[in-house]
Design a protein around this ligand. Structure first.
Ligand SMILES: Cc1cc2nc3c(=O)[nH]c(=O)nc-3n(C[C@H](O)[C@H](O)[C@H](O)COP(=O)(O)OP(=O)(O)OC[C@H]3O[C@@H](n4cnc5c(N)ncnc54)[C@H](O)[C@@H]3O)c2cc1C
Length: 457
């Protein structure tokens, strides 16, 4: 099979695109979930849409699965190898083709790193809003395919909101553009939005026309330290329902703060603080009023302290605790389960108090942290993996948190995608009829089921 497949691909691709060395293929087998993955056949690194099309034609004819890969920072196994698959590594297609100031758009290949586009846009006085924490590594193609979120969604929306038009290669190798790159346009069904977030199961993105915004003002913020989770979440609710929307609203709970104090003792954190809430503004006009408003809301909700950062450097200092979240949680017990839930913002407080009940009943230690401005939490259950009882309790607690989010009208997949790791979990929120309908849509796009089969749907 390998020899045949490689021979077929070699006939159609320029030299140097195919990697067959088993060690090199294995090195690209997993994503950042580090979940074990089976053996793929080979890696192809195309350099154009035509080369992607050539690969898909061979795959379609031979019934070979294809796994599109960006930077493999995905956390749900979506870009991990499938047995016998072609790993279609798009990172060599990394050109920023145009930044058009008049249109307010960028045209980019899928392998462009998100932060590189942000910097290129900034150099022209423009702003690419999507900002996942992985922006220095993740690709535009991967973030489009997962509809990635991040810290600025409360004001700017998710990746979908920045995508105007896509060039895609379909499973049969045809190259199509999903829509004209106009601001408005309603001809036909919205296939751009359908491809965004489809995790490589419907088409391969080979070029994107993305919306750029005028550059915002410098980011500034206010940090509130609170005596309880309930107080911080009440302050967050007052801000999200108020008239001054922050660009970022991040939250850390008591467990997270405990770990951060151990892992990064140099970060000043009041020992009495039981939760942490940071509101950021990047308003060009009225930023001072935004900060006054956030400070007043924090004080009204019983903040132990309110610290204001009037420039980006001081804001960066305040963000140190948020950046230390993962090292902090790791230092507590060593092992952890990671979640990516979203609930309606008005139900965050209820979620947090029910999570406390789950922690009490299971004996597991749960940390809640995340983008509360979007109702998007990344709950972490920390545990000692050498203790089977603790391990079982942690996994039981993690599963209960998923069901809790769904029972409150939320989702188990806020921004990281479904991949393989959450396939079973989404049953709790999508009906069998709707899941069936989605698989029928997949069959229309990809009748032989070669594109990232067994994922997302
Ligand atoms: C430290 C860290 C922080 C993170 N922070 C965030 C965050 O704040 N917000 C967030 O949403 N996520 C976050 N993530 C998750 C991850 O970065 C995102 O899911 C990101 O969008 C993946 O991009 P990637 O280039 O690594 O894609 P990959 O992981 O390589 O692929 C992800 C999915 O996209 C598909 N795909 C990739 N390229 C294409 C293409 N050109 N055409 C079609 N399908 C394609 C793959 O098949 C796979 O299903 C984080 C991950 C890490 C490790």
């Amino acid at each position: 099979m390998t020899a045949n497949l490689a021979a077929r691909l070699t006939e159609t691709l320029p030299a140097g695109r195919i990697i067959e060395d088993p060690a090199l293929v294995a090195a690209q087998a997993t994503d950042s979930s580090r979940h074990p993955a089976p053996r793929a056949e080979l890696v192809v690194r195309p350099r154009s849409a035509e080369e992607v099309a050539a690969v898909l034609r061979v795959a379609n004819e031979t019934g070979t699965p294809v796994v599109p890969q960006g930077a493999r920072t995905g956390l749900v196994g979506g870009s991990a190898a499938i047995e016998g698959a072609i790993l279609l590594d798009l990172t060599s297609m990394d050109a920023i083709l145009a930044i058009d100031v008049a249109e307010g758009t960028a045209v980019v290949q899928p392998g462009v790193i998100v932060a590189d586009l942000q910097r290129a846009a900034a150099a022209r006085g423009l702003f690419y809003a999507p900002d996942p924490a992985s922006a220095e590594w993740a690709t535009i193609g991967g973030t489009i395919a997962t509809n990635a979120g991040g810290m600025r969604c409360i004001r700017y929306g998710v990746t979908r909101d920045a995508v105007l038009s896509l060039q895609v290669v379909l499973a049969d190798g045809s190259i199509e553009r999903t829509r004209p790159a106009t601001v408005k346009g309603v001809a036909g069904l919205d296939l751009t939005s359908l491809v965004v977030g489809s995790e490589g199961t419907l088409a391969v993105v080979t070029e994107a026309t993305l919306r750029l915004l005028p550059a915002p003002g410098p980011a500034r913020g206010v940090l509130g330290l609170f005596p309880s989770t309930a107080a911080a979440l009440a302050a967050a609710a007052a801000i999200t329902s108020g008239s001054r929307l922050p660009s970022t609203l991040e939250f850390l709970d008591d467990t997270a703060l405990r770990g951060i104090r151990i892992a990064r003792p140099e970060i000043p954190l009041d020992p009495d603080a039981r939760s942490w809430l940071l509101a950021v503004t990047d308003s060009l006009e009225g930023a001072d009023h935004d900060l006054d408003h956030f400070s007043a809301v924090f004080a009204e909700h019983g903040a132990l302290s309110v610290t204001r950062a009037d420039d980006e450097e001081r804001l960066d200092d305040l963000l140190a605790a948020r950046r230390a979240l993962n090292p902090g949680l790791q230092v507590l017990w060593g092992d952890a389960t990671h979640g990516d839930l979203a609930v309606p913002r008005s139900r965050l407080a209820e979620f947090a108090s029910e999570a406390e009940r789950i922690a009490r009943e299971t004996g597991a230690e749960i940390s809640l942290a995340g983008h509360v401005g979007d109702g998007n939490l990344h709950p972490t259950v920390v545990y000692d993996g050498s203790d089977p009882v603790a391990t079982e309790a942690a996994h039981r607690a993690a599963a209960e948190l998923l069901r809790l989010a769904q029972s409150l009208g939320g989702t188990v997949a806020g921004e990281h995608g479904v991949g393989t790791l959450k396939l079973d979990d989404v049953d709790g929120e999508l009906s069998a009829r709707l899941r069936g309908l989605q698989r029928e849509i997949k069959r229309v796009f990809d009748p032989r089921g070669i594109l990232n089969p067994g994922r997302k749907l």
